[in-house]
Structure formats: structure tokens, C-alpha cells
Write a protein that binds this ligand. Structure first.
Ligand code: HEM
Ligand code: HEM
Length: 194
């Protein structure tokens, strides 16, 4: 892990702040492409049209690549770095204020649960979407309802996800959206890094 020397001015120019590379280009490309495809499917693309299906398949492919990357990619992208751990997520919530000086280089334990939820919900959307086009499930009411429910749950999750990103940014002082764009987390002086 490379970082400018502690105590020296970070690349952002703030004394003591460190810029630490965390998100590799593949993670960032997949994140913003998935967000764009979901946005298109939720707004401008006709749900009955071919482009809706194509955008949905693109999401499936992108999530599949990201899941493989979780096994073989660099440290911060690996599942082992942010395992789904509800107990750790609860602890993270409980120590909300006490942990204000700690910065997680990958997802924090609460964010990790949300990330797994987002991936599962996206996969549920794709599976129910594909099922609707099969002879066996064509016109079956519950499959359509499952697709709609998965979509509603995704929208709730994304709202919580973005809310969590904003709260964590305010709490830790690390601009997380910027990090998902540039790949580097700017860690304030004196913060503990995990
Ligand atoms: C449909 C919309 C979205 C979906 C499905 C989504 C999904 C995800 C997923 C799956 C991750 C984990 C990334 C990985 O490890 O590969 C993630 C991380 C992240 N997302 Fe989103 N996202 C969406 C929209 C947004 C938006 C609009 C923002 C900006 C406000 C945003 C900001 C972030 C940030 C900053 C992270 C990294 C969080 C951290 O540092 O732990 N996302 N998102
Ligand atoms: C990220 C992926 C996806 C998102 C966000 C998404 C979103 C949506 C939304 C918002 C609707 C409208 C639901 C309503 O009527 O209230 C819909 C309907 C539908 N979607 Fe998807 N979808 C996705 C993937 C797919 C895939 C992969 C397929 C098929 C291969 C698919 C096929 C359909 C079909 C057939 C309908 C019903 C159209 C109708 O008869 O009204 N979707 N989807």
C-alpha cells in the first residue's frame, strides 16, 4: 500500500492528510456502469423493449465480473477484506461516535452488508427479468410482481446506500464519492486506518 508519508502534506495539499489508493479502475468502472444501467432501466428505457433487457444483461455481466474480482482482485476489492458480518456491523453502529477517528480503507462493516444486499438484489432483478421472457414463466403474475418488488427494494437500498455514504463522509472526513471516482481515499491527519 503506497501513501504519502504521515505528517507530510498529502496530494490534496492539506498538511498531514494522506491520499491512499483503494479502488482499482475495474471496481470504479463497474460501480458507475451498474449505476448508469439501473438509472436508464428505471427512467428512460421502455420496460417492454429490447434495450431494457440489454441493460439488464449488462448489469448481470458487470456484477458477475465484480464477484469474480472479489476472489482474485487486489486487497480492498476482496470479499475477505469486507466479509458479511452482522455482529461487526452492529458493533460499528454502537461505536459510531467513538469510532469517528477510524477510517476503513475498504467498506466499513455496515457498508459491507449493504454492498452484499445491493449485489443480491441486482441478481434477483436479472433472474426475475429473464424468467418473464421464458415460456414457462411468461405472463405469470408472481414473477412480474417479484421483478417489481426487487426493483422497489433496490430503490430503497440505493437511497440508504447514498445516505450512508453521505453520513460516513461527514463522520470520518473522507470524501467517499471522490474516492469512487479517483480511486484514492483522502484520510485526514491523525485518523486510524483499518
Ligand atoms: C443504482 C445505483 C447504485 C448502485 C446499484 C450502487 C451499488 C454499489 C455497490 C455494489 C458498491 C460496492 C462497490 C464494490 O465494492 O465494487 C458501491 C459502493 C459505493 N457507492 Fe454505490 N451504487 C449506486 C449509486 C451510487 C451513487 C449515486 C453514489 C454517489 C452518491 C454512490 C457512491 C458509492 C460509494 C462512495 C461507494 C464506496 C463506499 C465505500 O467507500 O465503502 N453509489 N455502490
Ligand atoms: C438492473 C436490472 C433491471 C432493472 C433495474 C429493471 C427494472 C424494471 C422496471 C422498473 C420495470 C417496470 C415494473 C413495473 O411495471 O412497475 C421492469 C419491467 C420489466 N422488466 Fe426489468 N429490470 C431489470 C432487468 C431486466 C432483465 C434482465 C429483463 C429480461 C431479460 C427484464 C425484463 C422486464 C420485463 C419483461 C418487464 C415487464 C414489462 C411489462 O410487460 O410491463 N428486466 N423492469
Amino acid at each position: 500500500m503506497t501513501a504519502s508519508a504521515p505528517g507530510a502534506p498529502g496530494e490534496g495539499g492539506r498538511p498531514g492528510a494522506r491520499d491512499i489508493p483503494v479502488w482499482d479502475p475495474l471496481v470504479r468502472l463497474i460501480h458507475w456502469s451498474v449505476a448508469l444501467a439501473v438509472l436508464l432501466n428505471a427512467t428512460v428505457l421502455d420496460p417492454e423493449g429490447r434495450p431494457h433487457e440489454v441493460a439488464g444483461y449488462a448489469v448481470a455481466g458487470l456484477v458477475a465480473v465484480r464477484l469474480a474480482w472479489g476472489l482474485i482482485g487486489p486487497g480492498p476489492a476482496r470479499f475477505a477484506t469486507f466479509p458479511p458480518n452482522p455482529a461487526a456491523a452492529l458493533r460499528h453502529l454502537r461505536h459510531w461516535r467513538a469510532g469517528a477517528g477510524t477510517v476503513h480503507l475498504s467498506h466499513n462493516p455496515l457498508g459491507a452488508l449493504m454492498v452484499y444486499n445491493l449485489w443480491l438484489t441486482l441478481l434477483a432483478l436479472v433472474v426475475t427479468g429473464v424468467m418473464m421472457g421464458t415460456i414457462r414463466f411468461f405472463g405469470i403474475q408472481w414473477v412480474e410482481e417479484a421483478h417489481e418488488m426487487a426493483f422497489d427494494w433496490l430503490m430503497i437500498s440505493v437511497a440508504l446506500h447514498v445516505g450512508g455514504v453521505v453520513i460516513d463522509t461527514l463522520r470520518t472526513g473522507v470524501p467517499l464519492v471522490r474516492a469512487m471516482v479517483t480511486g484514492r481515499k483522502r484520510v485526514p491527519a491523525g485518523a486510524r486506518v483499518r
